[in-house]
Design a protein around this ligand. Structure first.
Ligand SMILES: *Cc1c(COP(=O)(O)O)cnc(C)c1O
Length: 246
């Protein structure tokens, strides 16, 4: 049995090794612990070890865990598909939203940002391609449409564009997809210098993501273990069936 401390150290070691191999400073690479399906107690354990950033992919699970853990100085992130009617609840928690794939969603988040006086930090989720039928389940904007969406989102009050986010396509080497993502991110950054982050890399492909320039890894399994139950979004990945967003 490994402990949370063992797993966190192992992930930090992997990040440091990947950064060194890429000639990067490990301090440039942030770690977001994706706690979906795990109880608040598991988050608390990791938080006690110094992990401050946590991510969820369902709005209700996020708000529930955030309430249970309100005594901790955590920073929440939302990494799943987000319905507009749940956007406000997520934004009110101060969560960073990694999955903005349409202007209407950015607008809904921005309204809360204006209202609270605390702009909502957002990433645009990019569809990196992959086997037919998978992408609808994974979400994201077509890369060709990303620069225009970035321009539009950057104009919205109450949101701050932090950069691009993507999930690597399944069943192909992730490296080339992450390189394409990083090239697109550089293009967006040329027009929007504030969009300096790249949210890419999960338990299985964090090395490739670091090599391509990721500044924020989203790691679940390697930190918490194999998820006890598939989350609805994971089920839709596996079955390519109907999705149950955020
Ligand atoms: C679940 C999830 C992760 C973490 O995946 P692991 O393979 O468990 O590390 C990262 N990003 C998103 C969008 C996820 O839904």
């Amino acid at each position: 049995m490994t402990t949370p401390a063992d797993r966190l150290q192992a992930v930090r070691d992997r990040i440091a090794a990947a950064a060194r191999a890429a000639g990067r400073d490990p301090a440039e690479v942030g770690l977001l612990a994706v706690s979906k399906t795990w109880p608040a107690a598991a988050v608390r354990e990791l938080a006690a070890l110094g992990q401050a950033d946590f991510g969820e992919n369902r709005a209700q699970e996020l708000t529930g865990k955030a309430a249970e853990l309100a005594d901790l100085p955590l920073r929440w992130h939302f990494v799943g598909q987000l319905q507009r009617n749940k956007a406000a609840a997520v934004a009110r928690l101060g969560a960073v939203v990694h999955s903005v794939d349409r202007l209407s969603l950015a607008r809904a988040l921005g309204r809360v940002g204006v209202d609270t006086g605390r702009p909502v930090e957002v990433f645009l989720q990019v569809d990196l391609g992959g086997p037919e039928g998978e992408l609808a389940a994974r979400g994201g904007t077509d890369p060709a449409e990303v620069p225009a969406l970035a321009d539009a989102v950057a104009e919205e009050a109450g949101v701050v564009l932090r950069g691009l986010m993507a999930v690597a396509p399944r069943d192909v080497a992730p490296g080339p997809a992450f390189v394409r993502l990083a090239e697109l991110a550089a293009r967006v950054r040329a027009d929007h210098p504030e969009a300096r982050d790249l949210s890419a890399g999960m338990s299985a492909d964090l090395e490739e993501a670091v090599a391509a320039g990721s500044t924020l890894l989203r790691v679940g399994t390697a930190l918490f273990g194999t998820r006890p139950l598939p989350s609805p979004q994971d089920e839709s990945h596996q079955s390519h069936g109907s999705q149950q967003p955020g």
